[in-house]
Design a protein around this ligand. Sequence first.
Ligand SMILES: [Zn+2]
Length: 99
Amino acid sequence: MTKSLKFQELEYIRFDPCAGDEGEVSCRTIRLVKARKQHPCFLGTAPGEDGHLIQPGDVYRSERALIDGDYWGNYAVCVPCMDKWLTDIGHRPRVQIAI
Ligand SMILES: [Zn+2]
């Protein structure tokens, strides 16, 4: 089964839900991966959001980073959230890529 993404993979990778946060982030590893189990979407956990989940089989953006040299954070963000965000900041869907 193939799924097409609205935006290029690089645009999802560059998407940064933590932009503007204080704190030092290092050792970042960002990948687009297919979920093997449910993950809460990082943006869905924000106050007032619906707390939606990324379902097994869905593609999501996985980010692992060392925060303030102190602890490892894992952030999962679903594609619909990134689509909305990328559209909001003026990105236009381009080529359809099959993954
Ligand atoms: Zn989401």
